[in-house]
Design a protein around this ligand. Structure first.
Ligand code: IVH
Length: 694
């Protein structure tokens, strides 16, 4: 793109006209429809270019230029707020069996006696957007979206316009610090009125109340949000200066007394039978409630028990969302495409005649793998029933006209990668079982795998580089400028040749911002670094466990080298990490010892420094110690014992070795106890262990 300095007045006028249309279009997508089509960096670059042209040709400034709108910030959208306590999500239950399992799991974890009663709350799961409101000394300090659970967007100004949200808490008894969490939503009646207005003004209608709520919350100008009929239900809390009550039910009742709307459909239940009965009651009332819900949430009522239960990765053990059945529809398979993913997996994707399912237009569905296609005998041209549940990718349930004449041939997956044409095979594991997934064997030499790996590398839980998203990776990759992670970190040094600021959609500011964001990531946590490598079976949770275990990336890499034969002490240690299974351990060893991958990592390490994971909180007598549990425990379940030990900074291993500090042995302990005695490992009874950890 021509630099602003070089534009003639006629050219400047044309450019301005185009930029105004583009910015307006994108504002509408972003604020009104909640479906931004370009990155923040691209957007900022467009605005920067517009301002630069207007600065050079002030006579070309028109009334309808975005620069003339009051209340619109020239760059950036919302600030960020780090949640004092992460905002968790919920595990799902899809049927009665899952609910009974949930109750059993809770009872088992807590090791409850058969006759010990336990209560749960059951309440509607509101289909809106969650938000967290921080009050200090009774005053609203700020409000944030959920974001990735750790950090959200600062939407204080917009949230202050909601009538359901008190600026000052009422009543008494609230703690000095109180983070109230709940759902922002729009009622059915308000949604209808709002859409009627939209249409009256010649604007597109919103797809559903949730989208309308999202769009309304993202307004830059709070006076626009103020005109939107947003409501808020409080149902949870984050950081609190003092306990809100001793039960979930009372705590939420207190939120009600302090000025929040709480849901009247909440009920206390004493068994899975009662939970399921209340679920059906809410399901029957669903259409009369006046707002969208997508299930019922069950929570352990006793807050002391909630604390004991804690959470696994991003979801509490003490709650579950019982989802309403998925929405279904009929359509036709127009074609089947093959996508090649980060790990080389060939995934067949059905291109469908677009159809509305539960208020959303669906035009693609995953077909999973070739066995699934065969089992359901899915062919191009078939009429099929599809289903969509929540945010998950739509699925094809069944073929409707399997006996019709003139069907196309059965669909088979290619035996070669459609992108790089290398062989695509189904691996056979040690037990002789064939993998259901067919994979391209070409690794990072396959362009599809390389680009998908790069997208994963910059994704939110990995490097999370501001301004470097899917689109930017695609464009750098296509131009041959970034083929592997390390290249991201040399972009700035190469910019004299690249001249990013002159590319379409980029400007001085956005290019500088991108380089700054990249430089910020030259130091990265062990966990993010490992996760970013995109190793099969190594998700964000196992990367975390591994980082906590080895603490430094160097010692981890040394261990991986020694574990290469997949036997012996070092391999055993890797396997002993609770939560790291054989599949993850095997793929770590295979991946990191493969010369090409080792090269990619080594090159990356020339540009970035991996920060050691934090040593487990000192202070606890067992922090940093390795503990093994064996035999039957009486006072708590094995799972609770493990979780407790981990929360105190201990490492829990599955087998006894020289590295074991304590073996906690209950009645019935066998070979582990013998081994511990042989290795002179300290053996404790359950009571002694509890006394030790206090
Ligand atoms: S409790 C730690 N209760 O569902 C538990 N969540 O799928 C925090 N949601 O992120 C959530 N209604 O946005 C809870 N009555 C309710 C809810 C609810 C809707 C949302 C919430 C959460 C998501 C998880």
């Amino acid at each position: 793109m021509k630099p602003v300095d070089a534009l003639t007045e006629a050219e400047a006028k044309r450019h301005l006209h185009m930029l105004i249309l583009e910015i307006r279009g994108n504002d509408e997508l972003y604020y009104e429809k909640d479906t931004p089509s370009i990155s923040d960096a691209d957007y900022d670059a467009m605005r920067a270019r517009l301002l630069a042209i207007e600065a050079r040709f002030p006579n070309l400034i028109t009334k309808n230029s975005p620069s003339q709108k009051v209340g619109v910030k020239p760059t950036g959208r919302f600030g960020k707020i780090t949640h004092a306590v992460p905002m968790l999500s919920l595990d799902n239950a899809f049927n009665d069996e899952d609910v009974r399992d949930f109750v059993k799991r809770v009872r088992k974890f807590l090791n409850l006696e058969a006759d010990r009663q336990i209560s749960f709350t059951a309440e509607p799961k509101i289909d809106g957007l969650s938000a967290s409101l921080r009050y200090e000394k009774g005053q609203l300090i700020h409000a944030a979206t959920r974001g990735d659970g750790e950090t959200g967007e600062d939407i204080s100004a917009n949230m202050r316009t909601l009538r359901d949200i008190p600026e000052t808490l009422s009543g008494t008894g609230w703690p000095d610090v109180l983070e109230v969490r709940g759902e922002v939503y729009i009622s059915h009646v308000d949604f209808e009125t709002m859409n009627a207005k939209q249409e009256h003004q010649g604007k597109d209608a919103y797809k559903n109340p949730r989208n309308a709520a999202a769009g309304s919350l993202r307004q830059i100008d709070p006076s626009v949000t103020a005109k939107r009929p947003l409501k808020f239900f409080a149902y949870a809390w984050g950081e609190v200066g003092a306990p809100l009550a001793s039960t979930q039910y009372e705590a939420v009742q207190n939120l009600g007394k302090w000025g929040f709307s709480i849901n009247s459909q909440t009920k206390l239940c004493a068994s899975s039978g009662e939970l399921i009965a209340h679920y059906h009651q809410i399901e029957t009332a669903r259409s009369q409630l006046g707002y969208d819900i997508d299930g019922v949430v069950y929570k352990v009522d006793d807050l002391a028990l909630q604390a004991r239960l804690g959470f696994v990765s991003r979801a509490p053990r003490w709650a579950i969302a019982h989802k309403f059945p998925a929405e279904k529809a009929f359509t036709v398979i127009e074609d089947i495409d093959i996508q090649v993913g980060r790990t080389g997996a060939l995934t067949p994707v059905a291109r469908l005649t677009p159809v509305t399912v539960g208020g959303v237009v669906v035009s693609n569905a995953t077909l999973h793998n070739e066995d699934e296609i065969m089992r359901k005998d899915i062919r191009i041209g078939d009429r099929v029933e599809i289903q969509r549940a929540g945010d998950v990718i739509p699925q094809v349930l069944r073929v409707l006209d399997a006996d019709r004449e003139g069907r196309s041939d059965p669909f088979t997956l290619p035996k070669q990668c459609p992108v790089c044409h290398a062989d695509a095979v189904r691996e056979i594991d040690e037990k002789g079982k064939e993998d259901v997934i067919r994979r391209c064997v070409n690794g990072l030499a396959c362009p599809a795998q390389a680009i998908e790996s790069l997208k994963h590398f910059v994704s939110r839980r990995a490097y999370d580089i501001d301004g470097m998203g899917i689109k930017q990776i695609e464009s750098f990759f296509e131009k041959g400028l970034v083929n592997e992670p390390a290249h991201i970190f040399t972009l700035e040094a190469r910019n004299a040749d690249i001249k990013l600021e002159t590319w379409e959609g980029w400007g001085e500011t956005s290019a500088a911002n991108l380089f700054a964001a990249i430089n910020e990531r030259r130091e990265i946590s062990f966990q993010r670094f490992l996760y970013a490598l995109g190793i099969r079976h190594v998700g964000h949770g196992s990367a975390n466990l591994i980082a906590k275990h080895y603490l430094s990336f160097e010692s981890f890499m040394a261990a991986i080298k020694w574990a290469a034969p997949k036997e012996g002490e070092v391999w055993g240690e890797l396997l002993s990490i609770d939560g790291v299974g054989e599949a993850a351990a095997g793929s770590l060893v295979d991946f990191l010892n493969a010369p090409q991958n080792a090269g990619v990592v080594a090159e990356l390490l020339e540009h970035v420094r991996v920060i050691d994971a934090e040593a487990p909180s000192a202070g606890s007598v067992v922090s940093g110690k390795t503990v093994v549990f064996t035999g039957k425990l009486k006072l708590m379940s094995r799972d609770e014992a493990k979780a407790k030990a981990q929360s105190l900074g201990a490492k829990v291993a599955g087998s006894v070795s020289q590295k074991t500090d304590y073996l906690v042995a209950g009645p019935g302990a066998g070979s582990k106890l013998k081994k511990a005695e042989k290795l002179d490992v300290k053996v404790l009874s359950e009571a002694e262990w509890l006394a030790l950890i206090g």
